[in-house]
Design a protein around this ligand. Structure first.
Ligand code: RRO
Length: 324
């Protein structure tokens, strides 16, 4: 009984607010690393996450890129999945009804070849029960058209977000690419377009070669780098953007343990997404929740929200601009 009471009183200190979206805890499953939940059910109850983000959905089904689609590299992995997904009709008809049973928030990640495709999918998803938020993938590193093409231009980002905003009434997260010289103007453009939160960051463009065979290690030749290798890079983006934008930021990039989560929160993230770690430790979330609750208690705080954006920086020490 006492244990149960303790657990219950621990649930609410982890609650966070992503704009209009309330999450029971700050741990989200990142798009592309959790399927649509079903493959993970054998490992973990998807309901334990604050939210789950499904694999990107496009208007038409996609077969994805030639094999191999993943390559392990130092401190991370490269992927070139190429947006394999069943398409919006099958998602709405088959996958979404199954996902509705999960006792968590469902975020649907969409990607289009054109602005019109994003708008059309947003309108259709607006009519569906159980879609708690949209995540606009304007950062796909492996799509021949659309995706990252939008997210590298501030004006295209603002236009796309604003057009989707007209059709989707729920919260909109814009998932940004780090493959730009300066992510801050893109973040501000997404904010100006009406996004409610920013997911930072998608994968970094990279490549691996098998020198003996003189061949690339990915069928798609180049791919997106994720895992611990990118954590310091992602952390910097989260910090820069959280200084420059009023929107809540979702930190993504190489999170492997609760210390990593707390580092992202201190740097300015309100929530985080777990991605590559799922391939190593698919059952990691319960231990992370326990450790996060312990950290809040040990810091003498009543909520994990009190940790967000608490990084102390000597302004004099800043050697790069951080105000966008
Ligand atoms: O499917 C992919 O290859 C892919 C996508 Br849509 C994405 O957004 N990020 C990524 O690393 N891979």
């Amino acid at each position: 009984m006492r244990r149960k009471l303790l657990k219950n009183t621990r649930a609410s200190p982890l609650q966070v607010q992503l704009g209009p979206l309330t999450l029971a805890n700050p741990l989200m499953a990142a798009s592309g690393t959790f399927g649509y939940g079903e493959e993970m059910e054998g490992f973990i109850d998807p309901g334990i996450y604050g939210a789950i983000v499904g694999k990107s959905i496009s208007r038409a089904p996609r077969q994805g890129n030639p094999l191999p689609r993943v390559a392990e590299v130092s401190a991370g992995m490269l992927n070139s999945i190429g947006l394999q997904n069943p398409g919006i009709d099958a998602f709405i008809g088959t996958y979404l009804p199954r996902m509705r049973k999960y006792r968590t928030k469902l975020v649907v990640n969409i990607v289009g070849d054109t602005l019109e495709e994003y708008v059309e999918m947003a309108e259709r998803l607006d009519a569906e029960r159980g879609v708690d938020a949209l995540e606009l993938n304007i950062s796909c590193p492996n799509c021949p058209a659309g995706g990252m093409e939008f997210g590298i231009h501030p004006r295209a980002t603002e236009l796309l977000v604003s057009r989707v905003r007209e059709k989707f009434r729920g919260p909109i997260l814009a998932k940004l690419t780090p493959n730009v010289t300066d992510i801050v103007p893109i973040a501000k453009a997404a904010e100006a377009g009406g996004a409610d939160a920013l997911s930072l960051v998608n994968t970094y463009l990279g490549m691996a070669v098998d020198w003996k065979r003189r061949r690339p290690r990915l069928g798609g030749v180049t791919g997106g780098l994720s895992g611990p290798a990118i954590k310091p890079l992602a952390l910097r983006s989260v910090w820069l953007v959280s200084q420059a934008s009023r929107l809540p930021v979702v930190g993504i990039g190489g999170i492997m343990n609760s210390t990593d989560v707390l580092e992202f929160l201190v740097a300015g993230a309100t929530a985080v997404q777990l991605g590559t770690v799922h391939f190593v430790k698919p059952r990691i979330v319960p231990e992370l929740l326990e450790e996060l609750a312990d950290a809040v208690a040990e810091e003498g705080l009543s909520s994990i929200r009190d940790i967000v954006g608490t990084l102390e920086v000597e302004r004099r020490a800043i050697t790069v601009r951080c105000d966008g």
